[in-house]
Design a protein around this ligand. Structure first.
Ligand SMILES: [Zn+2]
Length: 230
């Protein structure tokens, strides 16, 4: 396979632009719908508690974390971490995100295969991300990719790990949002018109994961193209 480094570089730039657009969209859509209260008036924490209890999950705790849009589910500690705006907010955005994080807890409860696979490769992914800056700075700024032949292969291996991780993240995230949308409408947590706002927030977040995958993939292909040029 012969890839052209110039074209790969353009693709990296493209992924970067998609990433920036995705970030801006997430923030603006979240801000818009966090100003609109739901008719039921429940906070994100209350919604999460309700969804978890209905799903028969009683060993997952709900914590407030001080990080804007830092909402996530930690499967190792079985903690649903909600940012202040989501935890205390009774808005359409807060409800959507709380339901999404519950979607991850339900995936965990049901041993959803992509989530299990993602958990399994977290340690190697963390190691790869820690090594990455040294490899890239050494490789490009100090010309070590030319001096040490194995270094480029190491960079390729690291981006391969990151690409696989971002790829497995996609079904995990899409599925959590799919579950959230179903639960919210089926259980009457949101009304029909509120559900489109909640969906907009979740869809905007989904684009950031697509951008992260594209970025890892194009970096991988770029390094492969450099090796092929040798
Ligand atoms: Zn998620």
């Amino acid at each position: 396979m012969m890839l052209h480094p110039g074209i790969m570089w353009l693709l990296i730039m493209f992924a970067m632009v998609v990433g920036i657009i995705a970030q801006v969209r997430v923030t603006s859509v979240f801000n818009r719908y966090s100003r609109i209260p739901t008719r039921r008036g429940r906070t994100g924490a209350e919604v999460a508690d309700e969804i978890l209890r209905t799903a028969g999950i009683d060993d997952v705790s709900i914590d407030r974390v001080d990080s804007y849009l830092g909402d996530h589910y930690d499967p190792t500690k079985k903690v649903l971490c909600l940012s202040p705006g989501v935890y205390d907010g009774a808005s359409i955005a807060a409800t959507g995100i709380a339901a999404h994080e519950c979607g991850h807890a339900i995936q965990h409860q049901q041993a959803y295969a992509p989530l299990k696979a993602r958990m399994a490769i977290v340690p190697v992914t963390m190691m790869a991300s820690r090594m990455l800056p040294f490899i890239m700075i050494g490789g490009f700024m100090f010309g070590l990719f030319r001096a040490i032949p194995g270094l480029l292969d190491l960079g390729i291996a690291i981006y391969a790990v990151l690409t696989v991780f971002q790829l497995i993240t996609l079904p995990v995230e899409f599925d959590a949002s799919r579950r959230a949308k179903l639960i919210m409408t089926n259980r009457g947590i949101v009304t029909l018109d509120e559900s489109s706002g909640a969906a907009a927030v979740l869809n905007a977040a989904a684009l950031t994961y697509v951008a992260a995958f594209l970025s890892a993939l194009f970096h991988l292909l770029y390094l492969v193209s450099l090796r092929d040029r040798r």
